[in-house]
Design a protein around this ligand. Sequence first.
Ligand SMILES: [Zn+2]
Length: 382
Amino acid sequence: MKISDYTNLKSKYIPVANLSCEDKGLEFWNEETAYFYYPYKLVNLMQFKSHKSNYGIDDNCFLLCDSGGFQVITGKCDYDWESSIKQQLLIGATRLFAFDTPPITKKHDASNALFVDMAHEKTKEIIKMNIDIALKQSNYLKQNAPDRIKDFFYIMHGGSKELLDYNLEVLDEKIGIENYSKYFGGVCYGAKSPERIMFTTNLLHAREHFIKKGLPVHILGAGAPYKMVLLVRCEMTTFDSGTALSGQTYWAWINHMGTAKSGGLVGSLNTHGWPFDGQFCDCPVCRNVDYNKLLSNEETRKSVGEYIMGHNLYQMVRMTTFLNGLKKDKYTEVIQEFVSLPNDVIQALEYIDLADKEGFEVAYSKYKHFIKKDKSRQESLF
Ligand SMILES: [Zn+2]
């Protein structure tokens, strides 16, 4: 395997990214200018007005965009099923995501980060509606861009295994689950759950019903380092997160020392001031920047975060490469030796090991009792 090209990795991290950077070296998707070339990115759909090539993104770059559905419920745009798919086709997105309404409700007067799950019955209604819309979009593709059906992904929602199964039941009712690939090329899971056993249940569900049938899976908004350990273990095809980008906003720094014995994998650089007075990282990004010089000037100080993002991306790609390389039956043991994992991550790895031995359903029946119910997510607003 060529280590410099990531096409052979079974599970890939897709970083949320800017459309362009002031320092062209940080445009990691641009083979000619990048300090570190990594042709994968996720950009907000609304940011594009025309084809991706007009934004310096060529066909070698695996480009993902949201479907706009989440933006609609947060009041940021007014896409519908038709304008969403047309826009994704127009810009040349590598995957086309079905226009979904996430079954969540904004907390009263709260910021976008604060959502609660809808009640069970209401969620079922939304799942049915999402399936109808996705099938309508699939039909649109059949008539207008039939070669793109293989790139079209339905989006599974549901905060419990029962609700995930409900998605499959409705799909089976409408099209016959064995015909799934006539309508879709893969599936997305909206696995936002912060609770590890439920998060892992999502991954195992996706593996059981899609990966094992040869259909690619994308996990939305998940890719923080500990989650990455579980995502790669379950062979999720792609997963996106803004974790690398958090370096730009918070100066959150991904550990680049190869080990993380205490303090986790992510640290923050701004809380204690800048701790370095010279070169401290030899990654392709840090090698090209003099942080102290940038910090000495108020104007250039702002760009430090962009380099931290580049560094973070590089470290995360190294980590996914390492995780991808591990044998599945040695995985739990080796990871524990190299990384000090929280107990709930170790428990999640053991859950996956059991699923390998005894099947997903048996493993789920043994681990479902560990799923902690978050009270704030149970309350219904309907
Ligand atoms: Zn670095």
